[in-house]
Design a protein around this ligand. Structure first.
Ligand code: SF4
Length: 407
């Protein structure tokens, strides 16, 4: 464009690195940097760059949840910025947060996306916070998923929050510290948030099967959790995707990259169908085809054993067989909520221990998107010491918008 016009040129491209922005302008490629998604993830991006606060940038991870919610005609959400879409309805400022309401102590159990955000935001409010994580590494699901093909940017969800927490003298972090209910009660906290995550089911329960699939030999059945923890299924592998977001396609790509013969089976007409909303579906299916992943659409898993998986057409029920020594079930997840249930199951013990409130947040509450987990962690911290209102979504026009509205 610079070669055919003397006008200033601006472009977008998820520019989040200030070094890259400066080099594009200095080298004459662009005159201005456009930042759409980076400004959703961090509306104060230019200001932070101006002030040299590069390490405070909340970098967009490119997940397109913002686009997806827009396509669903729902209030926009952002994985990195939980205040997105709540600036007007709830008055949530992306950088500022009201100070603490008391000197209460907060214990957050689990340092995945929800727990990290809860600890960060409660710490920003000035509460004394302890964050305990069972694993040696912080980050929960984003730490594990960011090692899968194409998901390295997921680690930014952890990195931004860990960096912020490290600046706070009032937030203590204990990795490799799995707490029992008794230890949590003895901790001396006034408020407990349990953010212990979720795990993938291995019984096939998902959208097409509202019950565990009978006739599946569990010996060769794996889950994304197994694959992420380094377990290598024997090929040929069938990836059964009844979840329809990114995980099925990503697991198929990883296993194919490991040199296995892979077939992705889905009851939907295309692979990773939900990613149509995030504008990724076409690219995902094209990539799997290029990599040589076999694709079986409109098919339910009916049975598995002795090197063969039986599929049935979702329209006719007609069966067909596919060679498979292993299956990776990408169907649905269950909350890891045993600790929460044990604590919540004995209100008297909670009250004797002086616990004023107990919450479960993130995937431990309801397995969902990373954006939903970050949102719930943030909401927990925002509402600490307040009487949260059930605020309806506001649809009325502001005075200014009304002035320009069409009749
Ligand atoms: S939702 Fe994802 S892609 Fe959209 S701005 Fe936030 S981090 Fe970036």
């Amino acid at each position: 464009m610079k070669q055919v016009t003397t006008k200033p040129v601006v472009a977008v491209g998820r520019y989040t690195s200030p070094d890259r922005m400066v080099s594009l302008v200095k080298n004459g490629v662009l005159d201005m940097i456009g930042a759409a998604r980076p400004s959703i993830a961090d509306p104060f991006l230019p200001k932070k760059i101006e002030e040299g606060r590069i390490e405070d940038l909340r970098e967009c991870i490119g997940c397109n949840i913002c686009v997806g919610w827009d396509h669903m005609l729902s209030p926009m959400r952002c994985t990195q910025n939980p205040t997105k879409g709540e600036e007007w309805r709830k008055g949530w400022h992306p950088e500022r947060i009201p100070g603490k309401a008391s000197d209460d102590r907060v214990l957050v159990i689990g340092a995945g996306p929800a727990g990290l955000e809860a600890a960060r935001a409660a710490g920003q409010r000035g509460y004394n916070v302890t964050l305990a994580e069972a694993a040696e590494e912080l980050g929960g699901r984003v730490a594990r998923e960011s090692l899968l093909p194409g998901l390295s940017a997921w680690s930014r969800v952890r990195d931004y929050r860990v960096h912020q927490i490290r600046q706070m003298v009032n937030v203590e972090v204990y990795p490799a510290s799995r707490l029992t209910a008794g230890q949590a009660l003895e901790f001396g906290a006034d408020h407990i948030a349990v953010a212990t995550g979720a795990h993938w089911r291995n019984d096939g329960f998902g959208r097409a099967h509202q019950f565990p699939i009978p006739g599946v030999d569990k010996a060769g059945v794996f889950t994304p959790d197994n694959v992420m923890s380094g377990v290598a299924p024997e090929g040929p592998v069938l990836v059964y995707d009844d979840d329809h977001y990114y995980m099925g396609g990503v697991i198929a790509e990883k296993l194919r990259g490991d040199g296995l013969e892979v077939t992705l089976v889905t009851p939907d007409p295309v692979v990773s169908s939900w990613t149509t909303l995030t504008l990724e579906q076409h690219r995902i299916q094209a990539r799997l085809i290029e990599l040589g992943v076999g694709i079986e659409v409109n098919a339910r898993l009916a049975a598995f054993g002795e090197g063969v998986a039986t599929l049935e057409c979702v329209f006719t029920g007609r069966p067909r067989e596919v060679a498979a020594r292993s299956i990776v079930m990408v169907t649905s997840r269950l909350p890891d909520d045993e600790l929460y249930r044990e604590l919540a199951g004995d209100p008297e013990r909670l009250s004797d221990a002086g616990i004023a409130s107990l919450h479960r947040i993130g995937d431990c509450h309801g397995p969902a998107t990373i954006a939903a987990a970050v949102y719930e962690g943030h909401r927990f911290a925002r509402e600490l010491g307040t009487e949260p209102e059930d605020i309806p979504f506001r649809r009325e026009l502001t005075e200014l918008a009304a002035e320009f509205a069409l009749p």
